[in-house]
Design a protein around this ligand. Structure first.
Ligand SMILES: [Zn+2]
Length: 221
């Protein structure tokens, strides 16, 4: 990450919705040859520009119909700390908490201890998705993670994240593996989301080519 802000001079591209096949299968890894033959600089500029137009904090390449493991993100947390970047071929590793004292526990206690530890390592947060705009749901994910990959120039990237940033990085990595957050929720929650989405679809809030076309915002006073 550098101190310069991410590019905003790309093209705004339409964002694919859940149900589009490219969002429900793993897309292909960026190969070393791609760094020379594909204009990943232009692709990531388009992705940042599209994400900003949609008021998003993360966007995966397959959300704009591109079959490549690339995502971008940009989050300013409540303390004003800005984190942004590009990750190609992301791999998420959950960071474990301390494991001390386990061998002194009886078998049953050990099992309980592990369960508590696992619960401790998960956190639930409300998520939304630019490919299913207007609805949200609570999703449990690993609390602290490390993401490794390369940037659009092939340089190694390693990001330690927790809290909301950890959720975003896992959400985007999931996208590139064909998983959407609706796959993580119960069937009852998914039904509620689908109903809300259908209601929204009948209104002009999110035109088919959103965010290329955006309906005018009304000031609410
Ligand atoms: Zn998403």
């Amino acid at each position: 990450m550098t101190n310069t802000p991410p590019p905003t001079n790309g093209k705004i591209r339409p964002i694919s919705r859940w149900g589009t096949p490219i969002l429900h299968r793993a897309v292909r890894e960026v190969a070393p040859a791609d760094l020379d033959t594909l204009d990943l600089e232009a692709l990531t500029a388009d992705m940042f520009t599209t994400m900003f137009a949609a008021d998003g904090v993360g966007l995966a390449a397959n959300q704009i119909g591109v079959d490549l493991k690339v995502f971008v993100y940009d989050l300013t947390d409540l303390k004003g700390q800005r984190s942004w970047g590009v990750v190609c071929n992301p791999v998420v590793e959950t960071r474990d908490g301390p494991r001390e004292g386990r061998r002194h526990h009886a078998k049953g206690e050990q099992h309980q201890h592990q369960q508590q530890q696992q619960q401790h390592q998960q956190q639930s947060m409300t998520e939304g998705c630019l490919s299913y705009p207007g609805v949200s749901a609570s999703v449990a994910r690993a609390r602290a993670i490390t993401v490794r990959g390369i940037d659009q120039r092939g340089k190694a990237v390693e990001i330690d994240a927790d809290g909301l940033l950890a959720h975003i990085l896992q959400h985007e990595t999931d996208h590139l593996n064909g998983v959407v957050y609706g796959d993580h929720v119960s069937s009852e929650v998914r039904q509620r989301m689908d109903t809300e989405y259908k209601e929204l679809e009948s209104k002009p809030a999110y035109p088919e080519d959103w965010p290329v076309t955006r309906t005018k915002r009304r000031w609410i006073i």
